[in-house]
Design a protein. Structure first.
Length: 348
């Protein structure tokens, strides 16, 4: 039985839509870089770029060290601000994304850190992370050390990818997003369902710059825009904290947002928030429908993530279509400004 839950957004979207050995070795050595150049067509330089602060940045900003708690190693290390931004960029967004999308992500990452610096916020830290400002996990922002990146990418990809990420960081150095003079909550997520979501419809606070906007690029470019998750009836009830049963579950959507996401749904007589269902079942998003047959219920989702703020695949799609990092950011964060971090530090 397939849910009758449908959205006018989908209707709109349908309308839019030896010597020899040495010689062989050398041939391989020269062949591999040529393959990599084809992978990143616009990235010709092979010399690793240094992270170099611009002279106009105030001394206070140049000296910022970010204490990051490395979860696996259970230790806190101090990382220069822009090196931290690069590590977040490497962990949070694919290096083969467009440069302008990477620049937008770098500014968002720097803004997140600036907000914690300006407010003195230290939430989300484990008990043994005394002195840290952030962890290297999604509890704050994912962060990868250079050692981890070498292991992940290998020799050739490491040099090329790090060069590209460094360009994104250097080109945006010191820039953050502000709203009424304060650094914003620069939330981001993987993939929208065609629209982003108002902040209060996923979290509790209504934040003026985190408003729902159109994001049609995700469906065009994201490879896993649609996903499925299937559960045996008994597992389905158990995951939701309901009495286990092998009976076909009854689901009725009670409310949806204008973006097409489920706000509340009644399941076996109990009302659940869409976010609660997503998190308990591990669904990709709160834009879901379902079908049930042969002892299993299968959820069909569009998009990936909470849906609030900047869509990363949307940003990459905008960049592919010629939009700049600034245009991307001003689209996803309404009414904000790009400012030098030194302006924020001067007010703190």
């Amino acid at each position: 039985m397939r849910s009758k839950h449908r959205r006018s957004r989908r209707t709109r979207r349908n309308l839019v839509i030896g010597a020899a050995g040495v010689a062989s070795f050398m041939a391989v050595v020269f062949l591999i870089p040529s393959i990599l150049v084809n992978r990143f067509e616009a990235w010709e330089p092979t010399q690793l770029l240094p992270l170099q602060p611009r002279e106009e940045l105030v001394a206070q900003e140049q000296q910022i060290m970010v204490p990051v708690y490395l979860t696996d190693r259970k230790e806190t290390v101090s990382v220069p601000l822009e090196a931290y931004v690069r590590g977040v960029l490497a962990a949070e967004m694919p290096a083969d994304f467009e440069l302008e999308a990477l620049k937008a992500q770098a500014i968002a990452a720097r803004t997140y850190l600036a907000r914690r610096l300006a407010s003195g916020e230290t939430s989300g830290l484990p008990p043994d992370a005394a002195g840290a400002l952030v962890t290297d996990t999604v509890a704050h922002q994912a962060y990868a050390t250079e050692e981890e990146l070498r292991e992940r990418w290998g020799f050739f990809k490491y040099a090329r990818n790090l060069d590209k990420l460094t360009r994104a960081v250097n080109d945006t150095e010191g820039l953050v997003l502000t709203y009424e003079g304060e650094p914003i909550e620069a939330t981001f997520f993987s993939t929208s369902n065609g629209f982003t979501e108002n902040s209060e419809l996923y979290w509790q606070a209504a934040i003026p710059y985190l408003r729902s906007v159109e994001s049609p690029w995700d469906e065009r470019y994201a490879p896993n825009y649609e996903r499925e998750a299937s559960f045996a009836y008994k597992d389905f009830y158990t995951k939701l904290g309901l009495k286990a049963s092998n009976k076909m579950p009854e689901l009725v959507v009670e409310r949806t947002s204008d973006s097409g996401r489920v706000l509340s749904v009644r399941i076996a007589g109990t009302s659940f928030a869409g976010r609660e269902v997503r998190e308990k079942l591990g669904l990709a998003s709160t834009d879901f429908t379902w079908s049930a047959a042969d002892g299993r219920i299968t959820f069909h989702t569009e998009g990936y993530g909470h849906g609030v703020g900047m869509s990363q695949w949307g940003a990459n799609g905008m960049a592919k279509e010629g939009r700049t990092a600034e245009e991307i950011l001003l689209h996803y964060y309404q009414g904000v400004r790009l400012e030098p971090l030194r302006n924020v530090l001067a007010k703190a």
